[in-house]
Design a binder for this molecule. Sequence first.
Ligand SMILES: Cc1cc2nc3c(=O)[nH]c(=O)nc-3n(C[C@H](O)[C@H](O)[C@H](O)COP(=O)(O)OP(=O)(O)OC[C@H]3O[C@@H](n4cnc5c(N)ncnc54)[C@H](O)[C@@H]3O)c2cc1C
Length: 384
Amino acid sequence: MNNYDVIIIGGGLTGSVLSYELAKKNLRVLLLEKDSIFNNATVYSYGGISYWCGTDETTIKLCQEGINIYRNLTEELDYNIDFRELDLLFTIDKNQDPENTFQQYQKFHIAPKLLDKKETNSLEPLINIDAISGSLRFPQGHVQPEKMIFAYQKALMRLGGKVEQELVISVEKNQDKIIGVKTEKNSYSASQIILCAGAFSRSILQNLGINLPLYFSHAQLIMTPPAPVKLKTLVMPCTMKRLDTEKQVAQSAEKIWQKESNTLYGDVLEAGAIQFLDGSFCLGQISQIIPNLNSPIDSVISEKRLRDAIASILPSLANLSGKWHNCQVAFTEGMPFLVGKIGQIEGLSIFSGFTSPFVFVPPLARYFADYLVNGEETLISFNL
Ligand SMILES: Cc1cc2nc3c(=O)[nH]c(=O)nc-3n(C[C@H](O)[C@H](O)[C@H](O)COP(=O)(O)OP(=O)(O)OC[C@H]3O[C@@H](n4cnc5c(N)ncnc54)[C@H](O)[C@@H]3O)c2cc1C
């Protein structure tokens, strides 16, 4: 059967969750993912669920609903996604003033606790306290990202949805109406297509002549095998640099993204780490803004920068054996996501560009699925 109600392009976090929510509404769903082995922003992420990060009525509601979904998700999906609740520690650099930094984080609906060096050390002994002036502690949820998308895709298939490993090469339309997609192997028809291809959504939109504020960074990180050392918290530096850089780049976006150049427009190194329940680590992260999706990144220089930065804050992790990876992470401007029906083409939608997707995607996918099936906008406007 090559005819579906809805086709989702991209089987990362966004596509897997949304496909499942649409299949729960009895739609015939096809999820198309180009890679046979997960190799995307989702599987190289920390998997942190930042349910403290609401700043207005909508995001606060999504944070609260998001964490509640996770608390029951293993049962709902019938698969262990290693969900747990742990502390997120934002390390405050030794040259930063702790009190000032603390004030900047009061805008979130769950305020952090300011810890001094001694308190930080007793919570996370692996942190080098000579490199910090203190830390901020937030409550955080956590899952194993690969297990999470696997669990959602399995649950989708149990509901009758299909997952195919195929690269979508074009979105097909008749005049201004969606009729389906072409992949390398097949043609599929559907009256609705949803772009969940993360950073790759940008080029799909461009091929359709559509200009939306969807951009991306090239993220670099190291994944390690299980190691005997024990990190108790999710550690990240206390800085808004990445978000500020994304904002600046979004504002001057039209100039920057006109050509797919290899020019570097932003470079932020945030030394952080998470240990998964099997003992393996993700050590991150460098985020570089380069408009060419396929821009080459020097892995030797990148890995050295990452390891040097980790050596300063988490010295016992700096020399763990591990593999360097590079992936592309989508972002947008204004709202922390770009979700809705794209006005220019009937039947085309996007569900992408998330900041803090692990907390926002599961609840927002429910609202968006409701909207696509019932036409009710109960939370935000889904018209782009
Ligand atoms: C080091 C690091 C740490 C992070 N930590 C966190 C965190 O703690 N919490 C958090 O909320 N977020 C975190 N993130 C961000 C988060 O991982 C991403 O924003 C999110 O996973 C993106 O999901 P996605 O579905 O949009 O994109 P992706 O996971 O990239 O999925 C897109 C998929 O689309 C597929 N695709 C693309 N084009 C096509 C095509 N033409 N045909 C078929 N398939 C296609 C790709 O193969 C890919 O699998 C982190 C990111 C990094 C790099």
